[in-house]
Design a protein around this ligand. Structure first.
Ligand SMILES: *Cc1c(COP(=O)(O)O)cnc(C)c1O
Length: 413
C-alpha cells in the first residue's frame, strides 16, 4: 500500500471532483441563420447557380482568407475530392498525407484510383514531418495533402519546397484549422488548394458542407466543374460538354445561407478558443509527465481540440489511466484520439476499398510500424474537446484537475 502525499485528492482517489459544474454547450444557431434561411427560401430557388447565397458565401469566405476564389461543395471530404480532381490526380498516382486524420482526407484519394502514402509526423505538433514526406516522394508522387491537425499549421514553407519543380500539387486540409495563421496569413493559400469542412462539429457549420479556396483562375474553374458533373454553368457556355470526370457535390442555397451566417461568427469563435486554449496551454507548461502540444513556429493556432500527451514512465500511468482519472474529476477527455493510424484500418490492411477488381493501392503494404512517431502520438494522446462557450471557471477547474492528477499519479508511482 502506498500512501498518498498530496492533500488535494483527485476524484479517482475519492476526492470531490475538480469540475463543479458541467461544461456548457454552445448555442450554434440562432436568429442570424434564420434570417439567411428565410432570404434563401424567398428566392424561390435553392439551386446555387440561380441563387445568391452560395455565391455570396464563396466570395465572403475567399475574401476572409485572403484568397481570390472560393468554390463550395457538400462536405470536407468533397472539398478534398474536388481539389484532387482539379489537380488531375489519376489512377496509380501517389498522394502523400498524414496517418492521423479523418477518413475524409483519404476516401477521395482512393476514389481517384490513387494511392495514399503515409508520411510520419512531428511528435510536438502532430503535423507532417517534411523529412519523412521527402523520403516518401517517388516519380509517382502527384500531390501532398497537408493536414493542419487540431488547428496547428504544417510547415508549409518546407512542403512548398518539396513540391516546387517536381509537378506535385500542394493541397491543404484545413478542416480543423479555420483561421489558423502561419506567418501572419490565414492557412489555405500557401498551398494550391485550401480545403475546409462545415460539418456539424467544425469551428463553423451548416450541417454538412465544404469549400475550397484557390488563387489561380484555372484551378478555380476546374474546382467548380468538379462539383457539378463537369457542366459549365457560366453564361458564356454554349452547351454541356463534359471533358473530365466530375461529381455532383453542389452546395444548396440552404447550406450556403447557414454557412454565411456562421461565417459572421467565425472571428469571435476563434478569438474565444484562442484565449481559452492559449491559457490552458500556458498553465500546463511544466508538469512532469504531461507533454502539452507545442505550437509550431510562426503559427497562431485555431484550436479545434486540445491534444496533450502523457509520459507513462514519469506519470506511472498510461493515456487510458490518465483519461479515466480526469473523467472521475469531471473532465470529459478521451484517450488515443482516432485510436489507430489510418493505415491500420481494415480498408488498408485488407485492401477492401472495392468488392473486386484492380486498384493501384493493392500493390502497397499497409501495416503497423509504417509511421512510428504517429503511432506513439496516438498511444499517448489524451484529448479534450473544446467549444467557445467554455468559461474561465471551466478553465480553472480543468487546469486544477490535470495538475492534481499528474501529481497524484507521480506520488503514487
Ligand atoms: C472533418 C474532417 C474532414 C472531413 O470533413 P467532412 O465534412 O466530415 O467530410 C477531413 N479532414 C479532416 C482533418 C477533418 O477533421
Amino acid at each position: 500500500m502506498t500512501t498518498t502525499l498530496t492533500e488535494d485528492l483527485p476524484g479517482i482517489a475519492g476526492g470531490a471532483p475538480a469540475k463543479t459544474t458541467p461544461f456548457p454547450r454552445e448555442t450554434r444557431y440562432g436568429a442570424e441563420e434564420l434570417k439567411q434561411l428565410a432570404e434563401a427560401l424567398d428566392q424561390q430557388t435553392l439551386f446555387y447557380a440561380q441563387g445568391k447565397k452560395v455565391y455570396e458565401l464563396e466570395a465572403a469566405f475567399a475574401k476572409h482568407c485572403g484568397a481570390k476564389h472560393g468554390v463550395s461543395c457538400t462536405s470536407g471530404t468533397a472539398a478534398i475530392h474536388i481539389a484532387l480532381i482539379a489537380a488531375g490526380i489519376s489512377p496509380g498516382d501517389e498522394v502523400i498525407t498524414s496517418p492521423i486524420t479523418d477518413m475524409g482526407t483519404i476516401v477521395p484519394i482512393l476514389f481517384q484510383g490513387a494511392v495514399p502514402i503515409f508520411a510520419d509526423l512531428d511528435p510536438r505538433h502532430y503535423t507532417l514531418d517534411p523529412k519523412s514526406v521527402e523520403a516518401r516522394i517517388t516519380p509517382k508522387t502527384k500531390a501532398i495533402i497537408a493536414v493542419h491537425l487540431t488547428g496547428f499549421a504544417c510547415d508549409m514553407v518546407a512542403l512548398r519546397k518539396l513540391c516546387d519543380g517536381r509537378d506535385i500539387a500542394l493541397i491543404e486540409d484545413c478542416a480543423q484549422a479555420f483561421d489558423c495563421r502561419l506567418n501572419g496569413k490565414i492557412v489555405g493559400t500557401d498551398g494550391d488548394y485550401g480545403c475546409f469542412s462545415f460539418n456539424e462539429f467544425k469551428h463553423i457549420a451548416c450541417g454538412d458542407g465544404g469549400i475550397v479556396i484557390a488563387n489561380d483562375d484555372a484551378r478555380a474553374r476546374r474546382l467548380r466543374l468538379a462539383t457539378d458533373k463537369c457542366y459549365d454553368r457560366t453564361p458564356e457556355a454554349a452547351a454541356r460538354n463534359p471533358t473530365f470526370l466530375g461529381a455532383n457535390y453542389r452546395m444548396t442555397e440552404l447550406q450556403g445561407a447557414v454557412a454565411l451566417a456562421q461565417l459572421g461568427k467565425l472571428d469571435s469563435i476563434i478569438a474565444r478558443r484562442r484565449d481559452w486554449c492559449g491559457k490552458l496551454n500556458d498553465a500546463l507548461a511544466s508538469i512532469p509527465g504531461i507533454h502539452r502540444p507545442e505550437v509550431p513556429k510562426g503559427c497562431d493556432p485555431s484550436w479545434w481540440f486540445y491534444m496533450m500527451r502523457v509520459e507513462p514512465e514519469i506519470l506511472g500511468t498510461d493515456a487510458d489511466g490518465f483519461a479515466k482519472a480526469l473523467n472521475a474529476d469531471g473532465i470529459p477527455v478521451g484517450a488515443h484520439y482516432i485510436k489507430q493510424c489510418v493505415y491500420e484500418y481494415p480498408i488498408f490492411a485488407n485492401h477492401s476499398a472495392f468488392a473486386r477488381g484492380p486498384h493501384a493501392y493493392k500493390g502497397y503494404a499497409y501495416a503497423k510500424g509504417l509511421c512510428p512517431v504517429a503511432e506513439e502520438i496516438l498511444d499517448t494522446a489524451v484529448i479534450l474537446s473544446i467549444n467557445q462557450a467554455y468559461t474561465d471557471t471551466d478553465l480553472a477547474e480543468a487546469i486544477h484537475a490535470i495538475r492534481r492528477n499528474a501529481v497524484w499519479f507521480r506520488e503514487r508511482k
